[in-house]
Design a protein around this ligand. Structure first.
Ligand code: NDP
Length: 282
């Protein structure tokens, strides 16, 4: 039976470290890290995420500012708010909650954020830094996965790492981060042929697909480390990952649960990125 990697515990450790460092920053340099979260529209899931971010800010002693704009807000108005936040010295991190309504260009909005305040790590400048191996801000979920692996003592150099999913927010950045740690990385997607053979080679398998229980035991090598990024709402209302947990846990050496795995790491790393932005602002 695999060891379960406890994301709640690791995320709490990180939030404690961030809180401590933020306290020192306040005492020594009178800087309080500030995060602005911009939400356009009334998407219920987005509202929950924004609420969690504000709560996490309060816990670690950050200032958090929320901008809740109606769904009909035009791009120009949103860009104006971002330009204002770019100049605001009390704000170190700017996050625009995605997805945005269809009439607003996500690319334009992300590109308008000052890269030094881009705590989501989605600005092309920061994406470029990730590709060249000199990242300033790394997207929170992939950074959280790397932190989980590091804190669990999992060596990556020379290992076969397989990432299923190639999105800009999870699949691509995690593949680049694994590569930077000298893993031999394979990326899979919906057009990959014979997925079980490819995933079956993985010493470290990352599932970021968005399909409940898709990764079965016959797709996993004995002793693999399995990281489940998926968050899927089942018909019965329960949350499920992309990995068939029970059968895969019987074969893996380490596995992350859903919930309580990668999920809590994402917000913890947002706090870390905001702290890093505040530290770099001086
Ligand atoms: P996307 O929908 O953007 O990407 C899904 C990827 O999975 C695509 O690259 C797609 O391939 C691939 N895929 C779909 N079906 C298959 C298949 N049958 N075989 C192989 N590959 C397949 O999703 P995200 O990356 O945004 O999110 C993935 C999951 O992670 C979701 O469940 C999401 O909720 C969760 N998530 C969790 C977070 C957390 O904090 N825990 C944060 C972000 C996401 P193709 O490109 O060919 O279409």
């Amino acid at each position: 039976m695999a060891n379960i990697i406890d994301g709640n515990k690791i995320a709490q450790d990180i939030r404690n470290e961030v809180r401590q460092r933020a306290l020192e920053l306040k005492e020594q340099q009178e800087i309080i890290p500030g995060l602005a979260v911009v939400l356009v529209g009334e998407d219920p899931a987005s509202q929950v995420y924004v609420g969690r971010k504000a709560k996490a800010c309060a816990e670690v002693g950050f200032i958090s500012r929320e901008y809740k704009l109606p769904a009909a807000t035009d791009e120009e108005k949103l860009l104006k708010i971002i330009h204002k936040l770019n100049k605001d010295k009390s704000i170190h991190g700017i996050l625009v909650q995605l997805p945005l309504p269809k009439h607003i260009s996500t690319e334009n909005v992300i590109a308008a954020i000052d890269p030094n305040k881009d705590v989501d790590g989605f600005h092309p400048y920061n994406v470029g830094g990730l590709v060249t191996g000199t990242p300033q801000f790394v997207p929170c979920t992939p950074r959280g996965i790397m932190e989980m692996l590091a804190r669990t003592g999992i060596e990556l150099a020379g290992k076969e790492a397989v990432v299923v999913g190639r999105s800009n927010i999870v699949g691509k950045p995690i593949a680049l981060l694994l590569l930077a740690q000298n893993a031999t990385v394979t990326m899979c997607h919906s057009k990959t042929k014979d997925l079980p053979t490819v995933t079956g080679r993985a010493d470290v398998l990352i599932a970021a697909i968005g399909k409940p229980h898709m990764i079965k035991a016959n797709m996993v090598k004995e002793g693999a480390v399995v990281i489940d990024v998926g968050v899927n709402r089942l018909e019965n209302g329960k949350l499920a990952g992309d990995v068939a947990f029970d059968e895969v846990a019987a074969k893996a050496s380490y596995i992350t649960p859903v919930p309580g795995g990668v999920g809590p790491m994402t917000i913890a790393m947002l706090m870390q990125n905001t702290l890093d932005a505040a530290l770099a602002s001086e």
